[in-house]
Write a protein of this length. Structure first.
Length: 433
């Protein structure tokens, strides 16, 4: 399938958008519900293809569930109750599914194999293989640590693990495996990353402690089923925040958006840059804050400089760098991105994809090994955008198309469904008057 979406300039973005449920939280709630005792009801579960890959894997492991609209009800099988799957577990395009579920599979006394699509099958998994092997799991992969992974699990040893890179997924994999250890498992995260796993573990009944940069989890918890509501996906909101900031007649509302402190870096960053944003109706549920966002055209942001994205800031903004690159090309001072080599091994080589597509729209830039230098105040022209099957590239360049002269044609546009089913309809709703 190669769906093409045509995007044209729009000087008005207005209305209200109800975002899909947060991907990161949906993955974690579903996995913990599967190994909890009792029934969990997860409302506003992410509609994304990635999160349904997680549900499919859990069903293959014997978890009974029912979907009704955006509510998923799961009957937990207990901490050690997953069953041997009949065949390969299919993570689709979801690196989160593969990395986090591997930690749980490592604690079960059977052999399982987990694979993914062509994109995921070319994403190295050495960063989770090494710590899981240290804990006693036997893991086989293709050359260069590529999937599929064959995992022979069982009784695990507890470890104290220093993350080689700032990665919420690697941290989460080790913490989940630590539930099956013979003592306290600890992960050192000197650079803060998303803490959805720690919050979810505590909500389902695990014992989680913090000692400086170390996060500790006790083994053998009695996890209990929960009734939880998932906030809207802030990563999905990012595209509309940037689009509204650039459109001359913008006034847009985004309701029920997740405002987790480790994800809120995006809002802090944009506010620092001059975004005209107000946050209303803030509440907290299961440790996860949420609220409504109102964003309007932001001349101060457009006329200024974007703060550089480097160092510790990269981990917090890693998913938003594609759309922030587009934004940088439209601000007076541009943007400089460094220390982001992790983008080379996402769903696509995102650094290369951003560079190639911005150039096709007339933007001059410098592509570096670990980032980009993008001068500002550059005129965008409509072009053919090749997404490389990467959802965040597709959505970022939809935003670019709204600010470009002429028509922008986005190829393989259906890949947006990986994280944001309904994105194109939502975009049309707030731009066509």
């Amino acid at each position: 399938m190669n769906m093409i979406e045509n995007v044209n300039y729009s000087n008005s973005i207005s209305g209200t958008i109800h975002l899909p449920g947060d991907k990161s939280i949906s993955h974690r709630y579903a996995m913990l519900a599967a190994i909890a005792d009792g029934t969990s009801v997860l409302r506003h579960f992410a509609s994304s293809r990635d999160c349904h890959s997680t549900l499919g894997c859990l069903q293959s492991l014997g978890v009974e569930m029912e979907e009704c609209g955006d509510t998923v009800t799961l009957l937990g099988r207990g901490l050690r109750g997953l069953r041997v799957p009949d065949g390969f577990l299919d993570a689709g395009n979801s690196g989160t599914t593969m990395r986090l579920l591997s930690g749980i599979l490592a604690g079960h006394p059977f052999t399982s194999s987990i694979t993914g699509d062509s994109s995921l099958s070319n994403r190295p998994m050495g960063r989770i293989i090494r710590p899981l092997q240290q804990m006693g799991a036997a893991i086989e992969s293709r050359e260069k640590d590529l999937p599929p992974l064959k995992i022979r699990g069982g009784s695990l040893k507890s470890i104290r693990y220093v993350l080689p890179v700032a990665s919420a997924q690697v941290k989460s994999c080790v913490l989940l495996a630590g539930l099956y250890g013979n003592g306290i498992t600890a992960v050192e995260a000197a650079v803060p990353t998303r803490d959805h796993t720690e919050l979810a573990l505590k909500e389902f009944g695990a014992v989680v402690r913090f000692d400086g940069d170390w996060i500790e989890v006790d083994p053998g918890p009695k996890l209990r089923g929960r009734n939880l509501s998932i906030p809207g996906d802030l990563s999905g909101a990012a595209f509309f925040l940037v689009a509204a900031a650039l459109a001359p007649n913008a006034d847009l509302n985004l309701t029920g958006v997740g405002l987790n402190g480790r994800r809120r870096e995006l809002l802090d960053y944009l506010l620092e840059a001059g975004l005209d944003l107000t946050i209303e109706n803030e509440t907290v549920e299961a440790g996860e804050p949420r609220g409504d966002l109102r964003v309007r055209h932001s001349p101060e942001l457009v006329e200024g400089n974007l703060p550089p994205i480097r160092g510790n800031r990269v981990a917090a903004l890693i998913d938003e760098i594609p759309v922030l690159s587009v934004l940088g090309s439209q601000t007076a001072g541009g943007v400089e991105i460094s220390d982001a080599g992790e983008l080379r091994i996402k769903e696509s080589d995102r650094i290369a994809a951003i560079a190639a597509n911005l150039r096709s729209m007339g933007v001059a830039l410098e592509e570096k090994t670990d980032g980009l230098n993008i001068p500002g105040n550059q005129r965008l022209r409509g072009a053919d955008i090749y997404t490389r099957g990467d959802h965040r590239i597709a959505m970022a360049f939809a935003v670019a198309g709204l600010s470009a002269e002429g028509e922008t044609r986005i190829y393989e546009a259906e890949c947006a469904d990986v994280s944001f089913p309904g994105f194109w309809d939502a975009l049309r709703t707030v731009t066509q008057k």
